[in-house]
Write a protein that binds this ligand. Structure first.
Ligand code: ARG
Length: 587
């Protein structure tokens, strides 16, 4: 069983029927129903309708009200204000709706109506470079969207479009040829830690850069090495592969620490499209989509101009014959549509690349490779330091991601140990990973994607406020209540019981889980799920304060409240799992 209709869907249906009966000539008007604090739901669609019919909104609303039968679902409906409808649902309807959700292992969340093949491109770090907080954002947002879309039944193809090609490899490889032991180390293989791999690469990068900048002859040799790389000369290619592999050890260590789904199978880097580039350029030129301009192959756009009002082109091929970033992206589109048959493509890339993607998508569209509405660039904002400037170390370098994650886990350990002093060191260590990593992910995912945010570990691991720790504690607390339930007291829905206000509020919110997920999936905005979960934990806190669970007056109420607890816990952990955040049973 799945797809439990929400209360709001059922109420909407009844209301639409009443509206059609009262005003047959406007049978298709939308009553515009939404959740409300005044009543359970409010409909304000009659205001617009009255305007259109040149009628009196309160009078129209009255006619609709008289068509609604109060009963199992709607217990009360009244006209309010200028012509709103305030609707209250019955307690039994709430409990029954929740019972139907609880009976389904998907909590009544429907599959997407027309699932398709969705390519989600995210993380995309660059070989031989440190990952930075921008890559952290892309990785975390991408991971959440992958989980959410898969849960909806989409066929998701993950793509980690790593930067593994370009002229900088000439320099690195040439240096390695001249200093063959630079990447050597003991114990190569599984035991190799990502941090060590990255520091070797960092050293290689800095050393080769220094020679490159100071020795013109080396610079020349490095340039020639690029040509060898492009020609696929075996020794050159081997060393290139060595550098890429070393980087992957580092990337994988970060992914493992973060607990994201990415694996080596998802890595299809820029280099993968090399062989397609000459044909691609020729086709673009022959079709007239791209034209030669000062030797370079360019695509122009009427509405894209630089500060001097000169058109800014997308460069497919440089005057020296080299292909760049844009050509690779065009080839990737062709592959993803033509070979992988993508119905949708999401690019999780920072907002500064918005113009690039606009030009790439438009070029692909003109070339006939990209149907309308398939590709979406999902931009995200910048991670800032406490000073409000892009997050860097004090000396102005990129912050090492691993250090950052380690620090988050360390802070979390302090919070966990303080909150539960009786835990052993081992237990603290175990839980602090879930808490610390969860904190970093949640801080990111709970911020509207396009906004910048300040990286503040103190706030991220705080027990109060909109943090993952707060949600994890809510979950663990419910688990503890469930564990403490006396023998024989089992969670069970009792629709015959009247509900307290805090129970109604919690119940109505629980019922909105599926709709929230649908909204998240349609807008690609995970922060709406985070906001939903935070509100859920808050409703639960009020419920727990006002409605004793294990000390409730009678067995039926105990069972019903345990049922509310259990469904809240399941919804919390399912929702957090979709954000890629774990909810430990005990904290
Ligand atoms: N590697 C690039 C960077 O670190 C991001 C790649 C974005 N994806 C793409 N298809 N262009 O900035």
């Amino acid at each position: 069983m799945t797809a439990v209709p929400s209360l709001s869907t059922s109420v909407h249906r009844q209301l639409a029927a009443a509206l059609a009966a009262a005003l047959p000539e406007s049978a298709d008007a939308d009553p515009l129903l939404r959740r409300s604090d005044r009543a359970d739901f409010q409909a304000n669609g009659l205001l617009a309708l009255a305007k259109r019919l040149k009628g009196n909104p309160r009078e129209l609303a009255g006619r609709v009200v008289s068509e609604v039968t109060r009963g199992e679902l709607i217990s009360d409906i009244a006209v309010s204000g200028p012509g709103f409808l305030n609707i209250t649902v019955s307690d039994a309807a709430i409990v029954n709706a929740l019972a139907a959700r609880a009976a389904d292992d998907r909590l009544g969340v429907p599959y997407a109506e027309r699932p398709g093949t969705l390519i989600i491109e995210y993380s995309q770090p660059n070989v031989a470079k440190e990952m930075h907080v921008g890559h952290l954002r892309s990785t975390v947002i991408g991971d959440a969207l992958v989980r959410i879309m898969e849960f909806r039944g989409e066929k998701v193809i993950r793509r980690n479009h790593i930067g593994d090609w370009g002229t900088q490899f000439g320099m690195l490889i040439q240096y390695l040829i001249e200093h063959p032991h630079e990447l050597d180390h003991e114990g190569r293989g599984d035991t190799e830690s990502g941090t060590a791999a990255m520091s070797r690469l960092g050293r290689l990068y800095r050393a080769s850069r220094a020679v490159f900048d100071s020795d013109p002859e080396f610079k020349d040799r490095a340039r020639r090495r690029v040509v060898d790389l492009q020609a696929g000369e075996p020794v050159t290619l081997d060393l290139w592969q060595k550098i890429v592999d070393e980087s992957k050890i580092y990337f994988n260590a970060v992914y493992q620490r973060l607990g994201v789904l990415l694996t080596d199978e998802d890595v299809v880097g820029e280099s993968a499209y090399n062989d397609d580039l000459p044909t691609l350029a020729r086709e673009l030129e022959e079709s007239g989509v791209a034209v030669r301009s000062d030797g370079a192959l360019c695509v122009f756009f009427d509405d894209i101009k630089g500060p001097d009002d000169k058109p800014v082109p997308l460069i497919v091929q440089k005057a020296d014959g080299g292909f760049g970033y844009a050509a690779t992206d065009l080839a990737a589109i062709r592959n993803r549509i033509g070979t992988l048959h993508a119905d949708g493509m999401l690019y999780i890339v920072d907002a500064r690349q918005a113009l690039h993607f606009r030009m790439v998508f438009e070029t692909a569209r003109r070339a006939g490779w990209l149907p309308e509405g398939v590709a979406h660039h999902l931009p995200f904002g910048t991670v800032l330091g406490k000073d409000g400037k892009p997050f860097k170390t004090r000396s102005g370098e990129t912050v090492r991601l691993m250090d950052l994650l380690d620090e988050a886990v360390e802070r979390a350990a302090a919070v966990v140990a303080e909150k539960t002093p009786e835990l052993t060191a081992e237990e603290v260590a175990e839980r602090s990973v879930d808490v610390g990593i969860g904190a970093v992910k949640y801080a990111d995912l709970s911020t509207s994607r396009t906004k910048d945010y300040i990286f503040d570990l103190d706030r991220m691991v705080s027990l109060t406020g909109n943090t993952s720790v707060y949600l994890q504690y809510a979950y663990a607390r419910i688990q503890s209540i469930l564990r403490r339930a006396p023998e024989g007291a089992v969670a069970a829905a009792h629709a015959e019981l009247p509900l307290a206000p805090a129970e109604r509020a919690l119940g109505l919110h629980l019922d909105g889980f599926a709709e929230t997920l649908q909204d998240v999936a349609e807008t690609y905005e995970p922060h709406k799920l985070a906001a939903y979960l935070y509100a859920l934990a808050s409703y639960f806190a009020t419920f727990y304060e006002q409605c004793p669970v294990l000390k409730a007056p009678d067995a039926a109420t105990v069972a019903n409240r345990l049922f509310f607890c259990e469904l809240t816990a399941r919804t919390l952990s399912q929702g957090m799992a979709l954000l890629g955040i774990r909810t430990p049973e005990r904290l």
